[in-house]
Design a protein around this ligand. Structure first.
Ligand code: SAM
Ligand code: DTB
Ligand code: SF4
Length: 323
């Protein structure tokens, strides 16, 4: 089973479609077997998000509460003070998170923001947590600076298939996304890249998105799969909800195509039943965001996750940092 990883590196959409369409039990059995070959099946990595710069974003992502293009009612704010970020990061650590992910509603960071961003990375790292940022597009120089500060992960999602991308976002291209991912990778930062289900895409779009990710020069270490949180006022406010079984199939395919990656069950968990989440964990999801807020939207609180972990016999994944 171990060399399935390499055999899928050149996976085509056709191959992946055949896997996605297997009988559900066969698909889940296969995903779970691969999961067990690569991870402790009962350990879940826990990340905590903080919006360090909220709203007023120049991009027109159709799903987002923070885009200035849509009347979502969100109040914009400036970049948060470094000290405030560190106070929040300490709380997250006490709550059991091992990775702290700082998100900014920017098309890209300005060079004048870089000193503060570097200080945030250094400060969070000194608390003994892994660091992650998601700031929009990065140049090679900006990537190198963040890498030097000790940034462990950079999140930058491809969001959907190349074909469907321009239906969701028009202010940047799929190619732009891949370019930033390459810049981050070249700087030596680990890559977190995934997407959103429930934006009106087809099953083929979801499959194609995962094939793109699996076929990057190195697959992302972390693959967040978000279920759209429909934001009133946004372009996708009335999108039809994704079928839970299709959602689980997509998680299983991500696990099979990227056996060594952490697959994160990301946004949208407040609208998932415990049973749906349990199936996602069985299909190979092994990471979540913890705490009652994501960036601007709700997430199940700690108590709820603790109760579900107890019911399922899951435990937090220990920090793997060997540095
Ligand atoms: N501005 C940066 C960027 O776009 O890369 C970082 C922040 S952005 C909010 C991070 C990711 O969150 C998006 O790429 C998208 O996949 C996800 N996301 C944003 N709004 C969402 C929503 N309403 N439902 C589900 N996922 C969402
Ligand atoms: C990701 O894929 N999901 C997170 C993280 N990366 C930055 C963000 C989810 C945002 C959900 C909507 C909100 O909180 O505004
Ligand atoms: Fe801006 Fe990111 Fe939201 Fe797009 S997803 S509007 S880039 S904050």
């Amino acid at each position: 089973m171990g060399d399935l990883a390499s055999s899928f590196r050149t996976s085509s959409v056709e191959d992946a479609k055949n896997i996605y369409n297997l009988p559900f039990n066969d698909l889940l059995f296969r995903a779970q077997a691969i999961h067990r070959d690569n991870f402790d099946p009962n350990a879940i990595q826990m990340s905590r998000l903080l919006s360090i710069k909220t709203g007023g974003c120049a991009e027109d992502c159709g799903y987002c509460s923070q885009s200035a293009h849509y009347p979502t009612g969100l109040k914009a704010s400036k970049l948060m003070e470094v000290e405030r970020v560190l106070v929040e990061a300490r709380k997250a650590k006490e709550g059991g998170a091992t990775r702290y992910c700082m998100g900014a509603a920017w098309r890209n960071p300005k060079d004048r923001d870089m000193d503060a961003l570097v200080a945030m990375v250094e400060g969070v790292r000194s608390l003994g947590m892994e660091t992650c940022m998601t700031l929009g597009m990065l140049t090679p120089d900006q990537s190198a600076r963040l890498a030097e500060a000790g940034l462990d992960y950079y999140n930058h999602n491809v969001d959907t298939s190349e074909r469907y991308y321009s239906e969701i976002i028009t202010t940047r291209t799929f190619e732009d996304r891949l370019e930033t991912l390459a810049n981050v990778r070249s700087a030596g930062i680990k890559v977190c890249a995934g997407g959103i289900l429930g934006m009106g895409e087809t099953a083929e779009d979801r499959i194609s998105m995962l094939v793109t990710l699996a076929n990057l020069a190195s697959p992302p270490e972390s693959v967040p799969i978000n279920m759209l949180i429909p934001i009133p006022g946004s372009k996708l406010q009335n999108a039809a909800p994704v079928d839970p079984i299709d959602f689980v199939r997509t998680i299983a395919l991500a696990r099979i195509l990227m056996p060594k990656s952490h697959v994160r069950l990301s946004a949208g968990r407040t609208d998932m039943s415990d049973e749906m989440q349990a199936l996602c964990y069985f299909a190979g999801a092994n990471s979540i965001f913890v705490g009652d807020t994501l960036l601007t939207a709700d997430n199940p609180g700690e108590d709820q996750d603790r109760a579900l972990f107890r019911r399922l016999g899951l435990k937090p994944m220990e920090l793997e940092r060997a540095r």
